[in-house]
Structure formats: structure tokens, C-alpha cells
Design a protein. Structure first.
Length: 318
């Protein structure tokens, strides 16, 4: 009830701030007396998230900094921006245009989805991390952040992925990030959850912790770029599937470690409320539903269409 009812009301889910704790045992009634005990770091997270939404609301449009994140699953270049039921590249261009019209600072907006994809493919991607990058994060900056995390977090990622310098996105002492800047709005390819692992097996693996490059991307997003909101465009990315609790996340849960207390908006296809709920409960997402695409007649295209046409001509003369 404390989860489902607020969702029905359209509220933004944050964190549980207190838990039932045994205070005493009443010998006369042989009953346990239970109190709610607050958890300090959960209170701090909820306060930070609320403050972030207030800051976003009060900031002028021209000062707001936003990151649009395009999913990439499986981790091939042909699958960048593969939102289910959504032309994600074209939608991204339309979102950029709408933001510019609303007063956001948008520089060098791509003319169309093809131009956007050409821009994204000119930089590093999950399939080709060695391409030229325009956005970098110094390795030492990442190591300083990692050193501030709780020991269990540091131990887990180091045991799974080794030293950060071995990450595929590290070159010349910095992470090369799959990010492209358009003024105060950035468009990014969501980093992969892991490398050299079967993508279909790892994508929903509840135990696979994200690699250093994944965390470095989100560190840049929050603390270097200074994003006031992130928009995950289209069903679905991998943030909400990282290891951790199903709801009422703790500081040891990887969606929180990566994203932090950052407003998260999520255009999501309307016919999959189950996976949208995952994003709401585990990543604090505000779901913005979009309709399913209209049905149309399927057909061939390109060389296949030409071949089909020739077959029809030949059959007509038999």
C-alpha cells in the first residue's frame, strides 16, 4: 500500500525513511511494542531529491542543464536509440527543438534523426570505444569519487572489474564518454552494463555490477556537466535493472550509486506498465507515456522490393 497507492496517485517514488523496530516487550500483554526508527542517510537522500526537483522548477529555462540518454541494447551501433515503439532519433531531435522553443539553450541542433545518428556514431559507443571523444573525465577524478563510496561498493566493483585504468573507455588517463554537447543539453548513448559478456544474459542479470566506465559516465553527468535532470528516451535502458533492492533502495543499491538524487524523466511506451513500474520504483522515474505506433501494412524495401517487383512481372508473363 505504501508503494502502489502513491503510484496510482502519480507521485514520485523516493525512498523509505524509517523502518519498524522493536522498542520493548510488554510482559503483561506479551506483545511487542514497535516503533518507527528513522534512517539518517535515507532522510538525506529524500531531502536531496526533493531539493533537486525544486531547483529544477525554479531555474530559468536558459540555465537548465539536461541530458538526453538513448538506450543501446544489444550493444551494437545499429541498436543505438532502440526505444520500443518509438523512433528515438527523430524523437530526440523533436525534443531538442521543443526545448529550444521553450527557452533552453540548444546549440547546433541536428536537422533530423539521421544527422543525430551520424553525430553519435562519430564518437565512442559501446561497440567502438576507441573513436574520437569530445567529452572526457579524468581518471583521477573518478578515483577520488570511488574512494568516497562505502567500502562494500568499492570492493564489489574492484573484484568484478579490476582497476579502473583497465576499463575499455579509458585512454590517456581519462574516460572517453559517449556524450555530445548541444549547449546546455547533452545527448548520450547509455553505457553498457558489462563487457565481453553475453549481452542478453547480462542485461537483466540482478547480480552484474556496472563497470567503471558506466559509473564514470554518471559521475560526469551529475558533477561535471551539472545536469539538473536526465531524460531516458524510450523503453528501456539498463539503469533500472542494476543490482539492488526492488523498492525502498539503500545506499548500496546500484541505481542509486549511479544516478544519485537526480530528477529522472522517462518517455515510455504505454502498453508496458510493468517495466515502467521498475523504473519508477528503482530509479525514481517520472513516466511520460507515449502511444503505441499505428499499424500499417508491412512490405519489402530496397533491393528486396525490386526483387519482388521483378518476380511479379515474371509471374505475369508465365
Amino acid at each position: 500500500m505504501n508503494v502502489a497507492m502513491p503510484e496510482v496517485d502519480g507521485r514520485i517514488l523516493s525512498r523509505a525513511v524509517s523502518f519498524k523496530t522493536l522498542r520493548a516487550r510488554d510482559p503483561l500483554t506479551e506483545a511487542d511494542i514497535v516503533d518507527y526508527k528513522p534512517v539518517q542517510d535515507r532522510i538525506e537522500f529524500v531531502a536531496s531529491l526533493a531539493a533537486a526537483w525544486v531547483k529544477l522548477r525554479r531555474a530559468s529555462a536558459s540555465d537548465r542543464r539536461v541530458v538526453l540518454v538513448l538506450a543501446n541494447y544489444p550493444n551494437r551501433d545499429a541498436r543505438i536509440g532502440n526505444g520500443v515503439g518509438l523512433d528515438t532519433p527523430a524523437s530526440t531531435v523533436e525534443v531538442l527543438a521543443a526545448l529550444e522553443e521553450a527557452g533552453y539553450r540548444v546549440d547546433g541542433r541536428p536537422a533530423d534523426g539521421a544527422a543525430l545518428m551520424a553525430r553519435l556514431l562519430s564518437g565512442p559507443t559501446n561497440a567502438a570505444s576507441d573513436r574520437a571523444a569530445t567529452v572526457m573525465l579524468p581518471l583521477e577524478r573518478y578515483r577520488a569519487w570511488l574512494a568516497d563510496q562505502v567500502p562494500e561498493t568499492r570492493t564489489t566493483i574492484d573484484e568484478r572489474w579490476g582497476d579502473a585504468a583497465s576499463d575499455p573507455f579509458v585512454r590517456d588517463g581519462s574516460f572517453a564518454l559517449p556524450v555530445h554537447l548541444f549547449g546546455n543539453v547533452a545527448v548520450a548513448v547509455q553505457p553498457a552494463r558489462g563487457y565481453n559478456i553475453d549481452s542478453e544474459a547480462s542485461y537483466h542479470d540482478p547480480d552484474l555490477v556496472p563497470p567503471h566506465g558506466y559509473l564514470a559516465f554518471h559521475l560526469w553527468l551529475r558533477e561535471v556537466f551539472g545536469a539538473q535532470a536526465v531524460v531516458h528516451l524510450g523503453k528501456h535502458g539498463n539503469l533500472e535493472w542494476l543490482p539492488g533492492k526492488a523498492t525502498a533502495l539503500s545506499q548500496l543499491c546500484w541505481p542509486e550509486i549511479a544516478l544519485g538524487a537526480l530528477p529522472n524523466l522517462y518517455p515510455f511506451i504505454v502498453n508496458d506498465p510493468g517495466e515502467g513500474t521498475q523504473a519508477k520504483r528503482r530509479a525514481g522515474a517520472v513516466i511520460v507515456d507515449h502511444l503505441t505506433p499505428p499499424l500499417t501494412r508491412a512490405g519489402s524495401y530496397g533491393a528486396l522490393a525490386d526483387l519482388e517487383h521483378l518476380i511479379e512481372i515474371g509471374r505475369a508473363h508465365v
